[in-house]
Design a binder for this molecule. Structure first.
Ligand code: APR
Ligand code: ZN
Length: 369
């Protein structure tokens, strides 16, 4: 029986979400119906609302979510009703070469980018027809239906608001450090942009034993938050790349071994190599608008032996990384509760995006009743 769910829907017109009812069908073979308990408000949703990335519409937004399995379709064996699950916004097909090589983040068979289930359809509808779940999860809804490979079971004692953050910002940020860059203990690092994802990078660097950890942001509140998550030094950017590079060089005695861009702005991406020492590694975590090109001083990059690497979803295998991150949280090694600055109702989602645009909140999480 289809059920009605209240959801935050992007109709493709303007940057405000409509809070309205949709219909959610039963899970088909290999699919899982999830009652969403919490959904984080992440920068990638904002890219869509602000017209920087195009998507099929109408779209149920939200890709950073956790909930309880309500029902499973035929053939599902990984999870059962009542399980706590974190949703992966890049469900692996489990058949392509990347999946066979254990690189779920590089799967080429997924249809999550099209906001479609593996069979090319969705289980969401409204009176006008098909509704698309953002990245095949659409977590800003009371219910959603996802492929089995997108629903990762975690221990029931992980609070749902914390679990939701593991679904995107934590995996993206901590994963960039431990999976993509593989930062060794004692290496120096700079983090440019300390929103939810940047603070997760800072946490990952603290976990890895990096030193010094230099946080860079334009907002003083974000720098204070970064210090509480393990940044040992902070640089307040006034938008002057040379000033930021000089301060980072001073703190790191000549440039950082690793530098992370976690905003997705072309200017900060272009200046990332200037924060590095010779042989340093720049990691691109922030995602720019579609079609953006960056200019890099190629001779300088080559002569100084620097590397730039892309990082998508923290190079994670969600079925391994989600339980691992949840375990580190439960052991007191990742202070994920402190990342949540605001718990809001679904109806307050537009205010949460406005606060993100103004840079005044660390992380808002929508909590469902
Ligand atoms: N220099 C330094 N910091 C800046 C600058 C700048 N020129 N401009 C903005 N910032 C800071 C903001 O103050 C904010 O703290 O960058 C941070 C961006 O954080 P959020 O908007 O909260 O975004 P977040 O959810 O962390 O996502 C960041 O990562 O995964 C991607 O798609 C995501 O591109 C997005 C990025
Ligand atoms: Zn996200």
């Amino acid at each position: 029986m289809p059920r009605t769910a209240l959801a935050a829907v992007h109709d493709g017109r303007g940057d405000k979400l409509a809070i309205r009812e949709i219909q959610v069908a039963d899970p088909g073979p290999g699919e899982v119906l999830v009652r969403i308990a919490a959904s984080g408000v992440c920068g990638s949703d904002r890219h869509v609302l602000d017209g920087e990335w195009t998507l099929p519409t109408p779209t149920v937004m939200g890709h950073e979510g956790a909930g309880i399995v309500e029902a499973v379709g035929s053939g599902v064996t990984d999870v059962a009703p009542g399980d706590s699950v974190i949703l992966s916004w890049y469900y692996p097909c489990r058949r392509c070469r990347a999946c066979a090589a254990g690189k779920a983040w590089a799967c080429t068979g997924t249809r999550s980018n099209e906001c479609l289930l593996p069979d090319g359809t969705t289980r969401l509808r409204d009176a006008a027809g098909v509704v698309y779940p953002y990245l095949a999860v659409g977590t800003m809804s009371e219910y959603t239906v996802v492929p089995e490979s997108a629903a990762i079971r975690v221990p029931a004692d992980v609070p749902m608001d914390v679990a939701s953050l593991i679904g995107c910002s934590i995996t993206t940020g901590v994963g960039a450090v431990v999976n993509n860059a593989r930062v060794p203990a004692g290496a120096s690092a700079a983090v440019v942009g300390c929103g939810g994802v940047g603070l997760a990078v800072v946490m990952g660097l603290a976990l890895a034993g990096a030193y010094p950890i230099v946080a860079v942001d334009t907002a003083e509140e974000k720098l204070a938050a970064a210090r509480s998550f393990g940044a040992t030094h902070t640089v307040r950017s006034q938008g002057d790349a040379a000033q930021v590079a000089a301060e980072v060089a001073e703190i790191t005695s000549g440039g950082a071994d690793y530098a992370f861009e976690v905003i997705g702005r072309v200017e900060t991406i272009e200046s990332l190599p200037s924060l590095l020492t010779t042989g340093g590694v720049g990691v691109l975590v922030g995602l720019p608008p579609q079609g953006v090109k960056a200019g890099i001083d190629v001779l300088e990059l080559a002569e100084s032996g620097k590397t730039l690497i892309g990082s998508n979803y923290g190079g994670a295998v969600p079925s391994l990384d989600f339980p691992r991150l949840a375990g580190l949280y439960l052991a007191g090694r990742l202070p994920l509760d402190s990342l949540i600055s605001h718990r809001v109702r679904l109806e307050e989602v537009n205010e949460a995006f406005d606060a993100m645009r103004a840079g005044t909140r660390t992380r808002s999480v929508i909590v469902f009743e």
